[in-house]
Design a protein around this ligand. Structure first.
Ligand SMILES: Nc1ncnc2c1ncn2[C@@H]1O[C@H](COP(=O)(O)OP(=O)(O)OP(=O)(O)O)[C@@H](O)[C@H]1O
Ligand SMILES: [Mg+2]
Length: 521
């Protein structure tokens, strides 16, 4: 509970500090007061001893010794002293408030009293009562030497004992008062602090937390009160700004998602429609193709007609290619993942485009990292993707240029970069490049890059393009590196990298030859 409650934590910490400060303060005040009271009692005791001394001189000189006893007892009765004695040099009691002591008891006399003639002060406890003691030597003045031996410097000493109980009672009273004050201050500080924390910290933080929880639950209408100009107010303002920006991003995402969904459903319907039409057209087209074949074999066609029939055959081939592209895009077969050597995927595709490369006087540069690891992908599909990109690059350089193919490895990704020195792509077209049916070519279908991107996604790879208008374009295809440990358990993997030869027109994998047509129309 305490660990989770900020108010309680601050209160306990401050409370403990205040309590310790008050305790230390009270302790020192009591000590100072107690010392003061003790000194005061001692001083009073000394004054009383001086008074006795004066009195003694008077009565001794006028030979009224017997009055001394009475004087001491009157002092005792008035509460001035607890006990009073006059002792002789040998310590025997000459006069005392305790009459039974007189002439009997022998007191212990400290050496300094008569040795140095010092006034001595001290304290002792008797029957649980603290007593202040003052000892004052009585000097042997000339006037005293009538009766006392002239060779002795002192005739005796006055010893007075005064109770310290009144001093202690006063100190105790003050101590109790200080403790009461301390408790009152402690409670006051606690209450004021509690009110301040609740008002300035706890309430705003709880309110902020409530709004945060709303955001956590997905309610972006949350808004925190941010009126105070302090740090908590700033926190609330930042929180509100963050929620607003989150809300805006969410709306944007939602809008873009909606758009994508619309686009996707539009594409799906177009795809369906297109593949339906493609199926419908394919058979009649095959019939027309067969009929044209028959016509072309007919003898007696003059030169102009042969040319017309040839053109019809070319157009039929083109239509076939477009139909296959459409069907291919609509079908989008699932990849058969295997372990493939990157170099072996690229080289056959470069060989396929060599006739076009030579015709257009294009220089080809190949750069491969020394230890290129194999990748995990459907070899046929990846070759199709590569070929689409290679064909685009070649088509972008009709009058010579340089085609650079690089394959590198970084961390767990293999990167294949296909760069050309063609006209490049405008920023506006860069946005639409991968959309189906986007083309700037007279005879293009605009499906090449759309198919390529789908292939890359299905094979766990990515494709992106870098281009500045006027300085060529670079298409970057990235694949996941094949990790031997990961495949040892994968059922579809093969231990050694292998390259699947592009299938012929009659093969099951018909994609490759189709795309070759697709790229060379
Ligand atoms: N290397 C490139 N240089 C310049 N523009 C390019 C390059 N590659 C693609 N493009 C642009 O992207 C468009 C779309 O390419 P995509 O391959 O999808 O279709 P296409 O090449 O036009 O037609 P198809 O591939 O069906 O023959 C192209 O029409 C072209 O404008
Ligand atoms: Mg293309």
């Amino acid at each position: 509970m305490l660990r989770r409650n900020l108010t309680a934590k601050i209160l306990v910490a401050v409370g403990l500090t205040v309590a310790v400060v008050i305790a230390i303060y009270t302790y020192f005040v009591i000590r100072v007061q107690s010392a003061w009271w003790h000194e005061r009692t001692q001083a009073q005791n000394l004054i009383a001893a001086s008074m006795v001394h004066e009195y003694l001189n008077g009565v001794m000189l006028s030979d009224r010794h017997e009055e001394v006893q009475g004087f001491l007892q009157r002092m005792q009765a008035s509460g001035e002293i607890r006990r009073g004695r006059l002792i002789k040099l040998d310590g025997s009691v000459a006069f005392s408030t305790e009459t039974q002591e007189v002439g009997h008891a022998a007191m212990h006399v400290p050496a300094e009293l008569f040795g140095e003639g010092r006034v001595l002060q001290g304290e002792h406890i008797e029957d649980g009562e603290h007593l202040a003691v003052a000892m004052r030597p009585v000097a042997n003045a000339e006037s005293c030497q009538k009766c006392h031996n002239a060779h002795q410097p002192y005739n005796g000493a006055i010893i007075l004992e005064r109770s310290l109980a009144p001093a202690e009672a006063s100190v105790a009273g003050n101590r109790n008062l200080l403790i009461v004050y301390g408790i009152v201050i402690f409670i006051l500080v606690g209450v004021v602090l509690w009110l301040l924390i609740v008002r300035l910290v706890s309430q705003p933080v709880t309110a902020l937390l409530t709004q945060m929880r709303r955001v956590e639950r997905g309610d972006l209408a949350a808004h925190a009160e941010a009126q105070s100009p302090d740090e908590i107010g700033e926190l609330a303002r930042d929180f509100n700004a963050m929620v607003r920006s989150l809300d805006a991003t969410k709306r944007e995402l939602h809008a873009s998602h909606e758009k994508q969904m619309q686009q996707a459903s539009k594409l799906a319907s177009i795809g369906e429609l297109a593949s339906g039409i493609a199926h419908e057209i394919r058979n009649p087209l095959a019939g027309i193709g067969a009929a044209v074949e028959v016509l072309s074999e007919e003898t007696g066609l003059n030169g102009q007609r042969t040319e017309i029939v040839g053109e019809i055959r070319r157009q039929i081939t083109r239509l076939n290619t477009t139909l296959r592209d459409l069907l291919d895009f609509a079908r989008q077969r699932e990849p058969e993942i295997e372990v493939c050597a990157v170099g072996e995927l690229i080289k056959p595709m470069l060989a396929l485009v060599r006739p076009d490369v030579q015709k257009q006087h294009i220089t080809v540069a190949e750069q491969y990292d020394a230890d290129l690891p194999p990748i995990r992908a459907d070899a046929g599909q990846v070759q199709q993707a590569l070929l689409n990109v290679l064909l685009n690059a070649i088509q972008a350089m009709p009058e010579s240029g340089t085609l650079t193919v690089r394959a590198t490895v970084t961390n767990d990704r293999v990167q294949i970069r296909v760069a050309d020195t063609g006209p490049g792509i405008s920023p506006e077209n860069l946005q639409k490049l991968f959309l189906p049916f986007f083309t700037t070519k007279h005879r293009g279908t605009g499906l090449g890059l759309a198919i390529t991107r789908t292939i890359m996604e299905k094979n766990g790879g990515t494709i992106r393009v870098e281009s500045e208008p006027g300085s060529g374009a670079t298409f970057i295809l990235e694949f996941q590196v094949h990790l031997p440990a990961a495949v040892s358990t994968a059922p579809e993997s093969t231990p050694e990298p292998r390259h699947r030869e592009p299938a012929g027109p009659e093969g099951t994998d018909r994609v490759l030859p189709e795309v070759i047509h697709h790229g060379t129309h």
